[in-house]
Write a protein that binds this ligand. Sequence first.
Ligand code: USQ
Length: 401
Amino acid sequence: MRVFIAGMDGYLGWPLAQYLAARGHEVAGADIFFRRQWVDEMGSWSATPIPPMTERLRAFRERLGRELRFWEGDLRDYGLVETIFREFQPEAIAHLGECPSAPYSMVDVQHAVFVQTNNLTTTFNLLFAMRDVRPQAHLVKLGTMGEYGTPNVDIPEGFFEIEFRERKDRLPFPRQAGSWYHWSKVHGSNNIMFACRIWNLRATDIMQGVVFGTRIDEMGDDERLLTRLDFDQAFGTVVNRFCCQAVIGHPLTPFGKGHQRRGFLPLRDSMQCLTLALENPPEAGAYRVFNQFEEVYDVTDLALKVQRAGAALGLDVTVRNLENPRKEMEEHYYKPDHQHLFDLGYQPTHDVEAEMRIMLRDLMRYRARIEAKQDVLIPDVRWDGRREKVRFLETAATSQK
Ligand code: USQ
């Protein structure tokens, strides 16, 4: 299958190119390298060293024995998107070309506007290019579990049956996002749902949980094939940050009470699930939603898992709760469904601590890079608009019973 990856230079885009190519798919991608700039703006860099795209493409060719087609350009430019569609004629599009950070979107008005316009514009351009050039293609759009928020009821996969005043319907489940970034994903979902209805397009909207991991097997030992691994407050996801903290002897930092619950999945599972979605398209006109995660975990329980995984490697890991820079529930009910991917054959990596040990071993090689930027581990972007570093709390982190 010909798959176009929007955002191929990112944390997920780069491994996805390798994962799909290793399975015989013809892959092409585009990127404007915004992620590199955003992380730089946050005063940080990837713990794993990231070579320029020319070197990444050379390493890809050496490992997989074929070219990976790449366009350097801005997907907010409709002309570029249309050109790519005409030249490559994609059968599927993996849309990872958005800004993925909640804290980045909360910095100030410029960042909020940038994240929403960037994310909505790239999605619009892909939808219109599908309509005009590749109406049979399948859009696999990276959304987020964060679209739903943390309601005090179970969360279905996108839609639910509701009875109201003696009438029934199947409607989109309410979205209650927790940042301007997460709302950008909600708005994108609504636009895709509408485009499928009016233009008979087909799309899978992936409500993905929080991803963690440094590698997939396809990368082998070639450092140039590694994906980026961020640990700053905006682009480092929580388990990736905990693992970076562990290797430099910095306390792990659950925010507030530390009992936020989220769906999580290892990077290798994310690749497996995205591929399952791509290889099993829905019929024309269908807009379907997959909740994509391995299991729901409590943030403090994950910190304690990293602590145990670290101990197995001789690391002395402490956990100290930080003041929470966000406005979010710190103890709450959370029970989302995630059956659709299992129905397609998803085989989850259940041994999360084994995955953490792989991450810690990888990251120990780059200890000096993390140490050099360790200032970025303490957040200063607060949801109330202040820009001021948070402080450690005196309460000790304990496992959720
Ligand atoms: N957290 C801590 N300590 C830290 C960092 C984070 O306790 O040092 C907490 C946060 O407060 C939050 C949870 O861990 O409650 C997850 O935070 P995160 O930064 O790992 O993830 P989030 O901001 O939700 O965003 C990430 C990705 C985003 C994706 C989302 C999936 O950056 O692109 O959409 O995960 S989900 O969380 O399911 O919405």
